[in-house]
Design a protein. Structure first.
Length: 279
């Protein structure tokens, strides 16, 4: 077969038009809604098998509405405590993100530093946070700062590891092109390294965002001084046998965690969506 015949035989594949926005919205929203309905059905099924004297452990939908979500004072408390938990989580993230990014850059620039630092990162991730809480209490007390430290420890590991993985996946040919243009290492990092590593970095940030809320709530369970957040509301509701309010705090915690996760996903799509699609 001649070259011309081969070219005619292999026709270019036409570009497939992206689905309309309404259809993309359905694909994005419908699966979690269906899964949520399935989980609610499972909850109702498990509750139906409980004896009468244990039904208070799993409130019904009507009980949640009457004893929690229909009461303005509960909404006010949820709002105030959510802001406290959000401030702890955001401050911890604000500490762990820049330190993690700087550490990843150092390990990417110097292989010897990666070999020296990475084992300690793994060791830090392997230490149960609850085991070192007494040390944190003895060193920093019971105020706002130890709560922030707990969040930073919860969220730190995924940031340098994912960014380092993304930077090391940069195509060698791209690096060679920048070297041919006499670009400095920092220019190569800024114009090629970071854009290439963006999906990995924002995957790590989304993981850390969810862990930040968990870390903030866990810290409130052990450090009770100062303004209380959703963690303290969980404890108080359990002690006072107000299980409807406890479940309301759990729902607020989940909503906060999902909101922070979606925020970082939105930021990643705005900054790098044109290069990588949805990150």
């Amino acid at each position: 077969m001649s070259d011309a015949a081969a070219l005619r035989a292999h026709k270019p594949v036409p570009n497939v038009a992206p689905p309309p926005p309404a259809l993309r919205f359905v694909y994005t929203v419908l699966p979690p809604i269906l899964l949520g309905l399935a989980l609610l059905g499972l909850y109702a099924w498990v509750r139906s098998g409980l004896p009468d004297h244990r039904l208070f452990l799993m409130p019904s939908a009507s009980g949640l509405w009457e004893m929690a979500f229909s009461r303005p004072e509960v909404w006010a408390e949820l709002g105030t405590r959510t802001l406290v938990t959000l401030s702890i989580a955001a401050t911890g993230l604000a500490c762990s993100i820049p330190i993690g990014i700087i550490l990843a850059i150092i390990m990417f620039r110097l292989t010897v530093m990666e070999r020296a630092i990475f084992p300690y990162l793994v060791a830090l991730q392997s230490i149960p946070i609850l085991a070192i809480i007494p040390l944190i209490q003895a060193a920093l007390g019971f105020g706002f700062l130890p709560k922030v430290l707990i969040v930073a420890l919860f969220t730190f590991f995924s940031i340098p590891t994912t960014l380092l993985l993304g930077l090391k996946s940069l195509d060698r040919g791209v690096i060679d092109l920048f070297r041919l243009a006499n670009a400095s290492w920092w220019v190569t990092l800024w114009k090629a390294g970071f854009p290439s590593a963006a999906p990995a970095l924002f995957a790590g940030l989304r993981i850390s965002a969810g862990l930040a809320v968990i870390g903030a709530i866990v810290s409130e369970l052990f450090f009770l001084a100062g303004a209380g957040g959703l963690g303290q509301m969980l404890i108080n509701s359990k002690i006072e046998f107000k299980y409807e309010e406890m479940y309301a705090a759990l729902i607020a915690s989940s909503a906060l965690s999902i909101s922070v996760y979606l925020f970082f996903q939105f930021v990643g799509n705005v900054l790098f969506g044109e290069w990588h699609g949805r990150v």
